[in-house]
Design a protein around this ligand. Structure first.
Ligand code: AHR
Length: 668
């Protein structure tokens, strides 16, 4: 057997200035013995999913493909934000918001453009979400509603994507037939193969004649994922697809609850053609177009083969307003039942029929419904009653649905008071922490009561790094995931949050978000790649590991703690979990080395009949834990695959400093 000798490789390495020979002869400090004879538990097939809400310009200015900002002129009550008059010096043309020419009740406001000059250069421009993305050989589809005052000859508009100084026109279309009745017009814009990608751009609509024009619902879409109408941005969807998520928790988060009752996620107002969607004020400081409506969420699930985890509004809003259980809450309970029917009912049901009318006759699979969000903030302690009312109604009408409670977990918020009225099938726990807190609590679920409700870790993240987490966060996230995965008999689902951030100035309301993007491109943070590694290399049963000699690390103190002479805590520096594919015998051993040293670990596969010598290794590492990916350096840190030819029933492996490693070991 091996002996433990506490030799730190890095100090020897620094001293001698040599690397590989020393690594080869380095002493083994740690042993991990995988017991393949008796799997400890089954891995939940839904362990890793996604959480989403409108925050950090996640939809408008994010995954939702719309390129025009403030398309229905309701972002500001007094001025047409993001719209500009373009005119020559001395031209007395003007723009203003107009409420006297509503298209319908959901499009009550429009832009009035008075063109005084016949020089054909006057128009209105929209600056998009930090520009309109110009890419080569791209076909954009647009539409707008327009009206010309007076009964004279019909007018025409030119529609351009052009540079912000107007000197370069990247794509151009002409739309004719604008008369004295509201009409929807469509147009197509195409860029040349030679177009150089840029977001220093604007969309400009220019009438070809003088007069008073009215415009609303001005829209422009790039090609979308799977070519969906009103669909999603391709690059961001591709990043998500690479994570293979099993579910999508929707639509929030705080966004579900709303600042007040009138600004909750009112799903019925998000259905149908976009001209029927009034939009609403979101909870993160800006208005939502509701282009990402309930059906779009579901189609997003369909496109990525995810199940929806539907959170229903539960009668509590962020301003502290709430409804006690009873008759006043009933309309909201009924609304939730109708929402479930819209998602999962067949076309013989009222709301299933409505879904079919909206273009999706096939019901969506729905197994999980969450009642509310973070109801521990509700100081009235009304959740016990509210939860019971929703729980009973859902179970009566949809007995197969598992109902998730936001209270009753062991996180700081959910444990404020227990849910005693009903036993939830699952409790939702949220953890936002720094790296020390995450790593030192990675064994959190090892000690959970197996008889209680299952756990959905519905929001979690290590929050170091902005706008997206750095590698230190990724290490801590990975350490935390070893704990969730090892305990996935009880942790049946998990999803980190927030998912997205628009990294343009003013785009972020919440720091440390998994995926960042600007107008032209997107990238995954190191934490994104850590999640990708954990989900993509995973078996269906947990393998018990007996560990010896696991090295410790010392808590890094912040300035205030140092001044207060806080004693740093010692806690593990190496984290691990193993799962196995029960059909193929492939073992996935994940080891997270948070130390600045190479860790040589003796690995034993107890009970394996045979082990294939060559196995895949996936490593993600960084020189420095503060290293990160950015919009300009999007792939600085990514996982790298190779083959390791030294696998057997017992072998030593060197885990690199600051690294996340998956060993894919083929056993029988
Ligand atoms: O993820 C950001 C916010 O954190 C969510 O909206 C809320 O549920 C939590 O407090």
């Amino acid at each position: 057997m091996f002996t433990f000798k506490k030799i730190r490789f890095l100090s020897i390495f620094t001293f001698c200035g040599l690397f590989s020979p020393l690594l080869l002869c380095a002493q083994v400090n740690t042993a991990l013995s995988l017991d393949l004879t008796h799997p400890a538990a089954n891995v939940s097939p839904r362990l890793y999913g996604l959480m989403t809400e409108e925050i950090n310009y996640s939809y408008d200015g994010g995954i939702y493909g719309e390129l025009i900002r403030n398309r229905v002129f309701r972002d500001h009550p007094e001025k047409p934000e993001h719209w500009f008059l373009i005119k020559a010096d001395g031209d007395s043309s003007s723009i203003n918001l107009d409420a006297r020419h509503p298209v319908n009740e959901t499009l009550p406001i429009c832009l009035h453009l008075h063109v005084a000059s016949a020089n054909k250069s006057t128009g209105v421009a929209n600056d998009g979400f930090w520009g309109i993305p110009v890419k080569p050989s791209t076909i954009y589809s647009g539409s707008f509603y327009a009206l010309k005052e007076g009964s004279g000859a019909k007018s025409a508009f030119t529609v351009n994507i052009e540079s912000t100084d107007g000197k370069i026109v990247y794509a151009m279309a002409t739309v004719s037939g604008i008369g004295d009745k509201w009409q929807k017009f469509t147009y197509t814009l195409s860029t040349l193969p030679t177009a150089v990608p840029t977001a220093d751009t604007r969309l400009v609509l220019r009438p070809k004649s003088t007069g008073s024009f009215y415009l609303t619902l001005v829209s422009l879409f790039p090609p979308t994922y799977n070519g969906r109408n009103n669909g999603n941005r391709r690059d961001i969807m591709q990043l998500l697809a690479a994570m293979n998520p099993s579910f999508l928790r929707l639509p929030g988060g705080n966004y579900l609850e709303g600042g007040m009752f009138s600004t909750r996620f009112d799903w019925k107002k998000t259905l149908g053609p976009i001209e029927k969607r009034p939009g609403h004020m979101g909870t993160w400081g800006y208005r939502s177009s509701d282009g990402m409506g309930l059906l779009e969420y579901l189609e997003w699930c369909e496109d990525l083969h995810m199940e929806p985890v539907l959170a229903v509004f539960a009668g509590y809003t962020l301003n502290g307003d709430y409804l006690e259980a009873g008759p006043l809450l009933k309309p909201f309970v009924d609304d939730a039942l109708e929402e479930i029917e819209y998602v999962a009912g067949d076309t013989t049901t009222l709301w299933g029929k409505r879904r079919a009318l909206d273009g999706h006759p096939q019901p969506f699979k729905l197994h999980y419904v969450e009642v509310g969000n973070e109801d521990g903030f509700d100081k009235s302690i009304s959740y016990n009653g509210r939860f019971a009312q929703f729980f009973d109604a859902i179970k009566t009408k949809f007995p197969d649905i598992e109902v998730i409670s936001t209270m009753g977990g062991k996180d700081w918020l959910g444990s404020r008071y227990p849910v005693t009225s009903r036993t939830p099938d699952i409790v939702d726990e949220h953890y936002y922490r720094n790296a020390f807190e995450m790593e030192s609590d990675a064994d959190h679920y090892d000690h959970y009561d197996r008889k209680g409700p299952k756990v959905f870790v519905g929001e979690w993240a290590t929050r170091e790094g902005s706008p997206t987490p750095n590698f230190n966060s990724a290490l801590a996230d990975a350490a935390w995931m070893t704990g969730m995965e090892r305990n996935s008999d009880i942790v049946v689902m998990s999803c980190s949050a927030p998912l997205f951030v628009n990294v343009n100035p003013g785009g972020m309301q919440w720091e440390s978000d998994l995926i960042g993007y600007n107008t032209l491109s997107s990238y995954g943070s190191p934490s994104y790649y850590a999640q990708q590694m954990f989900n993509n290399y995973r078996g269906d049963e947990v393998i018990r590991i007996n560990a010896e000699g696991v090295p410790n690390q010392l808590q890094k103190l912040n300035h205030a703690d140092s001044l207060a002479q806080v004693k740093p805590k010692a806690y593990p520096g190496l984290f691990y979990v193993a799962t196995r594919n029960s059909k193929t015998g492939t073992v996935f051993l994940k080891v997270v080395n948070c130390l600045p040293t190479v860790e040589k670990v003796n690995l034993q596969l107890a009970g394996a009949a045979s082990v294939k010598t060559g196995g895949k290794v996936i490593i993600m590492k960084a020189e420095n834990p503060q290293d990160t990916n950015t919009i300009t350096d999007p792939k600085k840190i990514t996982p790298v695959s190779s083959v390791f030819n030294g696998m057997k029933k017992e072998f030593n492996y060197l885990f690199m400093p600051y690294s996340i490693t998956v060993l894919q070991i083929e056993t029988r």
